[in-house]
Design a protein around this ligand. Structure first.
Ligand code: ATP
Ligand code: MG
Length: 195
């Protein structure tokens, strides 16, 4: 499951858990992006903060792990590179790429779409406000799954923190504490201003 995870929240975790259960996946690997090319217009937190929040959020689940492939690769993050790296690290695995329905809709604008579908089966999870839409996507390589509605987004969480509103129960407790400890999303130290 790829994402910016700035911060990771219960929407991500519920989606991953649901897809893991529906497909009987052995493991869900969370892959925080390095520098997402689609989000180059906004400041995102330091990759190490996003990586560590993802580790904190997933630590208790034995089938959830976190990969540094995108965080450690220089330059912009493209899903094709993520899939190439993961298939090299797990040569015998059947890869499923879990993504939000919103991201799936823009998939045809991604780099190397053809090879992307050869490397993984795509699972699009619906968010509350998104319609299921698969026009133009290869039906045999894409499955859409409805997850219990969770109107949580990282964008909303960042503005909540900035405005002093609570984020308890929207993200795991350890992530609330991590955000407070490093003063993320307050205009403080968490932001990587080079991006
Ligand atoms: P932002 O608001 O900054 O875009 P986000 O909440 O969408 O953040 P991302 O890190 O961009 O979080 O999300 C990673 C993946 O998880 C994306 O494919 C996204 O569509 C999906 N996702 C995000 N929030 C939810 C949710 N509440 N339910 C299901 N999927 C979600
Ligand atoms: Mg998003």
């Amino acid at each position: 499951m790829g994402g910016t995870f700035d911060p990771i929240h219960h929407g991500h975790l519920v989606a991953a858990s649901e897809v893991q259960s529906v497909f009987g996946l052995d493991e869900v690997i969370f892959v925080p992006t390095g520098r997402p090319w689609q989000k180059s217009d906004r400041r995102i937190s330091d990759p190490e903060h996003r990586y560590l929040m993802t580790v904190v959020a997933t630590a208790a689940n034995p089938v959830f792990t976190v990969s540094r492939v995108d965080v450690d690769r220089p330059g912009a993050t493209y899903t094709i590179d993520t899939l190439r790296d993961l298939s090299q690290l797990h040569p015998d695995a059947d890869l499923f790429f879990i993504t939000g329905a919103d991201a799936l809709q823009s998939i045809l604008t991604w780099k190397d779409t053809q090879e992307i579908f050869e490397l993984a089966h795509f699972v699009g999870v619906t968010r509350p406000e998104h319609e299921l839409e698969t026009d133009g996507l290869p039906a045999d390589r894409v499955t859409l799954i409805e997850v219990p509605a969770m109107a949580i987004s990282s964008t909303d969480l960042r503005s909540r923190v900035a405005g002093g509103a609570p984020v308890w129960y929207l993200v795991p407790d350890g992530v609330v504490q991590y955000i407070n400890k490093y003063a993320l999303y307050t205009g403080g130290d968490g932001v990587d201003r080079e991006h």
